[in-house]
Design a protein around this ligand. Sequence first.
Ligand code: FAS
Ligand code: PHB
Length: 390
Amino acid sequence: LVNSNVSVVIIGAGPAGLTLALQLNKAGIDCIVLEKHTRQYIETRTRAGVIEQNSLDVFEKLGVADRMKREGLRHNGIYLSFEGVRHHIDFGKYLNDKAITIYGQQEVIKDLVHACLDRNVALEFEASVTGILDIDGATLKVFFERDGVSQAMNCNFVAGCDGFHGVSRSAAPISTCHVYEKEYPFNWLGILADVPPSSPELIYAFHKNGFALHSMRSPSISRFYLQVADNEDLSNWSDQRIWEELALRLQAENFQLKIGFIKDKSLTPVRSFMIDHMQFGNLFLAGDAAHIVPPTGGKGLNLAVADAVTLYQGLFDYFHKGIKSTLLSYSSRRLASVWRVQEFSDFMTNLFHLSSPIDSFEHRLQKARFTYITTSEAASKSIAENYVGI
Ligand code: FAS
Ligand code: PHB
């Protein structure tokens, strides 16, 4: 691989990188994916769970949606809960047959990796990119470490799909960009439990102790999240305390929380991050490398897929039609969509998280917002269309 040439180097085998690689492969455009971790690591990392219809359609077109459609849980609505009052948002009531599919991100990664290997997409694991040179040139150079050996690749384009902590963003002249950041004053404590879901659909709940989310992965596995302090230590949360707090925050009429074995616990910061450019010469950022949204809207993975589709369209036009204008509009086209998702994710985060004292002005605003949603068709439809994906 030393000093070899390829049209597109994709850094990172996450949803963005793998979706882009499969699209390029299908169009006969040569690319290589460089992933720093092992296959086993990326296929077992518990992360997102909501697949929008738009993302499912992309996976369907790529021929990788069979298991997702078979094993994923198709949901036509979600429950919003405020101090014990439940409100159902029925997507079908407003949006024909639009729905979401609940399917763990690690399952998506397994399906995409399997397809890449099956189709002989160049996918190198334990290949950690250390630097990118000449991003404005016709030939870019990507440096990476593999088995302790430094190697380099020449290419025409680099797709930085290496997540928030990757290297591609630092290879761009970020100092010339406007960076927008918002750190929310809390974290999410996520658990995966061997217990059947206690609800047929997701429940987003505000409680005076804080936010809770009831999600799931299968008829026998549930996924939950609790709002905790932003400096929280996981060791402060025994299984018993987690179940007691979930039961308290998710309580409502006719609701009984099922408890079981907790097999995974993790803390995730809740933050937003944006930059006002997603492309720098022939370096393109996609997914978490370019933006972070709070997980409250279930959007991170879906944004990564949508970025990969738009970037692919630009690369297709360049390599197959000799048109570069589509590539040049990548940033502006994606940023408009991502800001919409940022706004929705921020709205959902502010609606359901405790960040001011009970009976404070902010808390009463939250209560008024929830009451409006439960009494206005227009407000419920707005939540529905944003949640299933515009
Ligand atoms: P990813 O981070 O998925 O993938 C980037 C890949 O690049 C990784 O495999 C990484 O190993 C690799 N990489 C990094 N640096 C590299 C280098 N130098 N060289 C080579 N490879 C490199 N979203 C939701 O919607 N709901 C959730 O509940 C949710 N929970 C999350 C929990 C956690 C702990 C985290 C971190 C994220 C969560 N997200 C959630 C967001 C998440 O799903 C992301 O939005 C999604 O993975 C973004 O996909 P990518 O942009 O492909 O980046
Ligand atoms: C999940 O199931 O992991 C999940 C669902 C909805 C969210 C975030 C995470 O908003």
